[in-house]
Design a protein around this ligand. Structure first.
Ligand SMILES: CSC[C@H]1O[C@H](OP(=O)(O)O)[C@H](O)[C@@H]1O
Length: 338
């Protein structure tokens, strides 16, 4: 399995996801600002991937702020805050930054060691997420070729190597249980059309692309057996923040009686938040919506609402599956209005 992130010669090496699908380009990032910029531009994207990148950015900071074996803790902690703030919704970023920041008093080497542990364990954890998710899909839908729906990109590009929801789809396909994957383009940054299409083609998995608003219509038309998505933050009651468009997909799946499964590692679960009302939703720049491939498509001055994520209430989620299996929310799930 090719890795999308690596640590080589004191640099974070990452597949530039902005260049795909037309160019497979590697970034070699050696400063904190370069990593933050890559996360902001979604050159590095996907909750687990930005967590790993954030951890290694703190390690870069610790090395840069070490003189005569002494690490300037205040300077590194200031960088750690900037790194954690790069994108607010995926809890993996703050989780990873906090985890490596605990090693700052032990020096730059200890910070890097912890960041490399996070890098190394990501593949194993997300393989387990994928395996448990695939098992649940087969239990719910039967051992047959399945018509699966997914959204955004949750493959190896969004993690170090394995993926989450798309990792499960890959395992199901390897076992002959995928008839076709239907997925949305994921406006405005087109993670689906650019990245999921690229990964599914690379894996030789039958797939069809559609506009995001066609996915609920496909579910209503009985075109899907199961919906599989990733997550950026799962709250204590099971509410899920994920790419914008997930909520409408969950509503459609509920209406169609189709399982709606969320695949994510435990590093995406934030039990400090009781429910989704407290999740900070990243609001992105208007020009992502008003332009397309650099061409302005909306009249000058058009006002824009461009949230990168939405929140799906737990009652619309069939299951959240982690590396430990089905996640049991520790908080109270709201009952579905009858
Ligand atoms: C396994 S990736 C999880 C999650 O992250 C993506 O967001 P973005 O492309 O903005 O980084 C998307 O919401 C995926 O479902």
């Amino acid at each position: 399995m090719t890795r999308s992130l690596a640590w080589e010669d004191a640099a974070l090496v990452a597949v530039d996801q902005c260049a795909l699908p037309h160019e497979y380009r590697l970034l070699h990032l050696r400063t904190v600002d370069e990593v933050i910029d890559a996360i902001n531009r979604l050159a590095i994207r996907g909750a687990p991937a930005i967590g790993v990148a954030g951890a290694l950015a703190v390690a870069i900071s610790a090395a840069q702020h070490t003189r005569n074996g002494q690490c300037d803790e205040l300077a590194v902690r200031a960088d750690a805050r900037r790194i954690a703030d790069a994108r607010p919704t995926a809890v993996n970023l703050t989780w990873a930054v906090r985890r490596v920041a605990e090693r700052i008093p032990q020096g730059a080497g200890a910070v890097l060691d912890e960041a490399l542990v996070i890098l190394a364990e990501d593949e194993r954890l997300n393989l387990a997420v994928s395996e448990h998710t695939a098992d649940l899909v087969l239990r719910l839908c039967g051992h047959r070729p399945l018509r699966l729906v997914t959204h955004c990109n949750t493959g190896r590009l969004a993690t170090v190597a394995r993926g989450t929801a798309l990792g499960a789809i890959g395992l199901l396909a390897e076992a002959g249980h995928v008839e076709e994957v239907l997925f949305g383009e994921t406006r405005p940054l087109l993670q689906g059309a650019r990245l999921t299409a690229w990964e599914l083609a690379e894996a030789n998995i039958p797939h069809r692309l559609c506009v995001d608003s066609a996915l609920p219509a496909a579910l209503a038309a009985g075109m899907a057996d199961c919906v599989l998505v990733g997550a950026d933050r799962v709250c204590a009651n099971g509410d899920v923040a994920n790419k914008i468009g997930t909520y409408s997909l969950a509503l459609a799946a509920h209406q169609a009686g189709v399982p709606f499964i969320v695949a994510a590692p435990m590093s995406t679960v934030d039990e400090t938040l009781a429910d989704g009302s407290a999740i900070v939703i990243e609001q992105r720049e208007p020009d992502e919506v008003t332009t397309l491939a650099g061409v302005t498509i909306a009249p000058a001055g058009t006002r824009v609402f461009n949230p990168a994520f939405d929140v799906t209430p737990a009652e619309l989620v069939t299951a959240v599956v982690t590396e430990n299996g089905t996640y049991r929310p520790v908080g109270a799930r709201r009952e579905v209005a009858s």
